[in-house]
Design a protein around this ligand. Structure first.
Ligand SMILES: *Cc1c(COP(=O)(O)O)cnc(C)c1O
Length: 369
């Protein structure tokens, strides 16, 4: 490493591990010279963006010479009535990723600790480390957040606990009773972040959102996104629902024009397009069932999911499976980045994509045995 950076940069940055994104389709085309590629690696909506959002964005493109509304007035109004919460407690971010980073910038200093599950979404650790805070990882139990163990991990340095519900990459949820028990024992001065990026896909009646605790006046923030079921990942827009007090603090560290206007307008239209949400949920439900049946037929184990992806055990080296699937034009995610080297994570696609995936997987596993 060059001396300049080594001497002058903040030492915290050297602890950061680069994020491993899902491999983009164009990259696979370039590297492997393939044409017909399906991406089941980033939990995107296989039906595409909400049609109403496409229309609304197409109609506003002549306005993109103007700065966006720094307050996201229309979107906050729409979310306020959709969720029946006051606009003052709504934060809009450049993806919910940005909100995670802003929460870290607002609440974390060097020496503080946050508590997360292991494995879970890697952004949590990233945002803590940037601020010089420590990320305490509590192993999942049966692929599910172990809330009692997370409570046991609390120290006087704990500032924040992040619960990814449903959890990425396992697709599991913590249920209403588990959350209730957890919240009743949690010291009130620790902020709880409920990352509910896959909320709209949940089927279990045992599920409960963190919004209940917000309504009770607890120090919580619920994160949601337009990247997943609403199909707007490229626009980068997500939101947080919290108290007015917490929202005002986070807004202090926010850039004035963090969310672009196509994203704001697209999100309002997408929220109105609940037909698209319903269709997407239904497709996911059918896709899940198809994949479960195929995995059973092939004698493979998987973690039952409440989201739009499945974490499954290939029984062999997951990275090898990943590479071989890639050569057949199917992009998935390896489990090794989550600490489970025989696993892969696959997004539920269209019926056709799911079939292509299972046919390819069967071929790859046969070749490997
Ligand atoms: C995809 C995802 C997000 C959303 O990210 P955006 O920045 O809103 O695109 C947040 N949390 C988890 C767990 C995710 O998987």
């Amino acid at each position: 490493m060059q001396e300049f950076v080594k001497d002058r940069a903040r030492q915290e940055i050297f602890k950061l591990k680069p994020y491993t994104p899902g491999k983009p389709i164009d990259e696979v085309k370039r590297e492997l010279g393939l044409q017909n590629i399906i991406k089941l690696a980033s939990n995107e909506n296989p039906l595409g963006p909400a049609p109403r959002a496409i229309e609304a964005i197409s109609n506003m493109l002549t306005e993109i010479h103007l700065y966006p509304d720094a307050n996201c007035f229309n979107l906050k109004k729409a979310l306020s009535s959709y969720h029946d919460v006051p606009t003052t407690g709504i934060l809009i971010g450049n993806g919910s990723d940005e909100l995670l980073k802003l929460l870290a910038e607002t609440f974390l200093s060097s020496g503080d600790q946050i508590i997360v599950g292991q494995p879970t979404f890697s952004e949590y650790e990233f945002t803590a480390l940037i601020m010089g805070a420590e990320c305490i990882e509590v192993p999942l139990k049966d692929f599910t957040h172990d809330l009692p163990a997370m409570l046991d991990a609390i120290t006087p340095k704990t500032k924040m606990i992040i619960i990814c519900n449903p959890n990425n990459p396992t697709g599991t949820i913590v249920n209403r009773m588990q959350i209730k028990e957890f919240m009743s024992k949690l010291p009130p001065d620790i902020l709880v972040v409920f990352d509910e990026a896959y909320y709209e896909y949940v089927e279990s009646p045992e599920y409960s959102t963190g919004l209940e605790y917000l309504a009770q006046g607890r120090n919580v923030i619920v994160l949601r996104t337009f990247s997943k079921i609403y199909g707007l990942a490229a626009l980068r827009i997500g939101y947080g629902l919290t108290s007015t007090e917490i929202a005002q603090a986070v807004e202090r560290v926010m850039e004035p024009f963090n969310v672009n206007s196509p994203a704001q307008i697209g999100a309002v239209a997408a929220l109105q397009d609940q037909e698209h949400v319903k269709r997407s949920r239904e497709l996911n439900k059918q896709g899940k069932q198809y994949l479960y049946n195929e995995f059973k037929r092939m004698g493979l184990t998987y973690v039952p999911t409440e989201a739009n992806f499945i974490f499954m055990d290939t029984g062999v080296d997951g990275r090898e499976v990943f590479n071989r699937l890639l050569k057949l034009g199917v992009i998935v995610r390896t489990g090794d980045i989550f600490g489970l080297p025989t696993f892969i994570r696959v997004t539920v696609g269209t019926a056709e994509e799911n079939q292509r995936f299972t046919t390819s997987l069967e071929k790859v596993l046969k070749d490997l045995k």
